[in-house]
Ligand binder design. Structure first.
Ligand SMILES: Cc1cc2nc3c(=O)[nH]c(=O)nc-3n(C[C@H](O)[C@H](O)[C@H](O)COP(=O)(O)OP(=O)(O)OC[C@H]3O[C@@H](n4cnc5c(N)ncnc54)[C@H](O)[C@@H]3O)c2cc1C
Length: 338
């Protein structure tokens, strides 16, 4: 087995975040990753660097200092317009070889999932996808990457002790973004795309977004979610009414999605979306680990179930025991008419 000597290990320093850039703007998941990177860097007494690659990205890149970045490497090039994962991967590997980061974090988005595995292969290091927790060994810099394993039945903590850099992806809304400090300053490092990086520039003709529900779910501050306890598609009509009264979105467990009561775009959990809302109301969802990993970071969790000791009821801040088909209409009656 290849092992890393202490001397080789010391060549690598700082925690990097690959900024999620879309339509010339840095996306909020970048702030969440910088918040996590800041904690890791503080533990290692090192710095947070962010790599922002895109077309016309320079001015937006400066905003990243407010969230905790110390340095931002900006690669601003018109050839990076659209999704250019092959070009970005080559450029990123060059930067990794030049600056030698200890850790590289990337968002587990459509774009990040296309980009970072290429980088991991080219940089000859491991990659832990969809982490739900990150910490670091302050002595040797080993990244402790926690994620669900074995069908979500356990949470495994993974170390890649023998390779640097260590790479992990985190889904949007898993980590909390720090409050921005607008007065915070940092250093911009300008880098460029080489012609050898850009031999596979793609022309994106059109980008299709799936149904509005996907967007609504990740942006929602309130989610009313239903599970097998909703009994059928009619049950979800009740939840849609509830959600529209409180300005929220409708979520679902996999059981409800698999039954065909609501489309997959509403599914929350390990094989669905991760959400981080102010309020999450779970109706007839028992709260198996595969569901909980997708919503456990919500601020206030309310559970409605006829069984009092399900995992969801145990985890909830407010647990309402009873028949949801009586309780939900009662709540709707009590809500002020909008
Ligand atoms: C690899 C893998 C990935 C998975 N990914 C996901 C995922 O992403 N998301 C996900 O959700 N699941 C996922 N699952 C499935 C998960 O293990 C559970 O099977 C699923 O979450 C159960 O859904 P549920 O809570 O709606 O159903 P159940 O566990 O059947 O719970 C239904 C609840 O409704 C309550 N109830 C019934 N009727 C009423 C009523 N009238 N009033 C009040 N309460 C009532 C019951 O008491 C019960 O607690 C995955 C599983 C595997 C193996």
């Amino acid at each position: 087995m290849l092992t890393l000597t202490d001397i080789e290990r010391k060549e690598y320093s700082n925690i990097w975040v690959v900024a999620e850039v879309s339509s010339g703007a840095v996306q909020p998941v970048t702030h969440e990753l910088i918040g996590a990177a800041r904690e890791l860097a503080d533990a290692r007494k090192s710095e947070v660097w962010t790599v922002a690659m895109g077309s016309d990205i320079s001015s937006d890149a400066k905003s990243l200092f407010a969230y905790g970045a110390d340095k931002v490497i900006v690669v601003d090039d018109a050839r990076l317009d659209g999704i250019q994962d092959e070009v970005e991967a080559k450029a990123l590997v060059r930067l990794i070889n030049k600056y030698k980061p200890e850790v590289v974090l990337c968002a587990a988005t459509v774009k990040g999932r296309a980009l970072i595995p290429r980088v991991a292969v080219m940089a000859n290091c491991g990659l832990t996808a969809d982490c739900t927790g990150l910490s670091i060994d302050p002595e040797n810099g080993d990244l402790l990457q926690t994620r669900p394993a074995f069908g979500g039945n356990i949470l495994a903590t993974i170390r890649c002790s023998n390779h640097r850099p260590q790479m992990a992806t985190v889904r949007p809304r898993v980590m909390k973004a720090p409050e921005p400090d607008r007065g915070r300053q940092g250093e911009i490092i300008s880098e460029c795309i080489l012609d050898t990086d850009a031999d596979k520039v793609k022309k994106i003709i059109e980008i299709f977004h799936s149904s509005e529900a996907t967007l609504n779910l990740s942006d929602a501050r309130i989610i009313i979610a239903g599970g097998r306890g909703m009994k059928g598609p009619e049950g979800f009509e009740l939840l849609k009414k509830f959600a529209s009264r409180v300005g929220g979105a409708v979520g679902a467990s996999r059981a409800a999605v698999d039954a065909g009561w609501i489309p997959y775009t509403h599914q929350i959990g390990q094989t669905g979306q991760t959400v981080q809302t102010t309020l999450y109301i779970a109706c007839g969802i028992s709260g198996q680990i595969q569901h909980l990993v997708g919503m456990q970071s919500c601020d206030v969790i309310v559970a409605i179930d006829k069984v009092p000791d399900t995992p969801m009821m145990q985890m909830a801040d407010i647990a309402i025991v009873g028949d949801l088909f009586e309780i939900v209409p009662e709540i709707l009656n009590e809500l002020p008419k909008l």
